[in-house]
Design a binder for this molecule. Sequence first.
Ligand code: MEV
Length: 315
Amino acid sequence: MEKIKTGVGHANGKIILIGEHSVVYRKPAIAFPLPSAYIEAEVTDSANEISIECDFYSGLLTDMPELLDSLKKTVEICLDRLDKKNSRFKLVINSAVPAERGMGSSAAVAVATVRAIYDYFQIPLTQNELLDIVAVSEKIAHGNPSGLDALMTSSDTPYYYIKGSVCEPLASKLNAVLIVGDTGKTGRTKEAVQTIADMLHSDKSQQIQMYIDRLGRLTDDVRQCLHADMPQTLGQKMTEAHYCLQQLGASSPELDKLVMTALTHQALGAKLTGGGRGGCMIALAETKQAAANIARALRNAGAVSTWLYEMGETL
Ligand code: MEV
């Protein structure tokens, strides 16, 4: 009997510690992979046409058809590059990364899919080729992506990143815990990015540019805090970044509520993470015990899920 051919691919969720939105304008950003939220894609032989199953998208597709379009494009580019256009297979994607919540779901879906297809055909895949393919599908999903989501969802280590010029593994001496809290509301990164682009062409452009520049400086301050093990100052910089992101229109009442809740439960700092306008926020705690207390407070205040991420030394 002929053996059934299978290919598998994985990807992580991601957390942007600081620099979302300003990273689109070539300011620095710092981000971490979130392996406790991951995606698995599996490709198996099929007698029929190519079929795609991704149940976690189903409730979103009426409003956001671009999610499925970008996934189909990912498959198409892979088959084009591999010269396997007439293939037949079934692609099944399972995800523990909630979609449209600032955790890199669309990039993670694309990364896992590309890895699974290359694995299915047993063709080696370089990191550059992977990022190249995912950049195209992310453009459909997000309009003007910085590339940070694709990098982080395909990586196992944190990065300091500037679009088009710097991609450095992060050097950190800080031991602390990040708490991720999900508002349960979807946030559309594409729209948030577009709103900021529009404001940059409006009579508010100077003010908007000022917040973008300030986020860039805050990211470099945070890099210093990580290097010099300064959790208190790091927390302050995160909260300041949330204020800047509010001014850029990237927050929401639910995000602001969870940020305030974290700050009143002894978080060292808190901010939204990712595209915003819904989705997730993060808070910083010095110990696991403090983090567990903050996570409980966030859930009591309406967070539908929380994750803990232990930041360890990366030097
Ligand atoms: C989305 O996770 C992060 C943004 O900065 C967009 C991007 O970097 O492409 C809002």
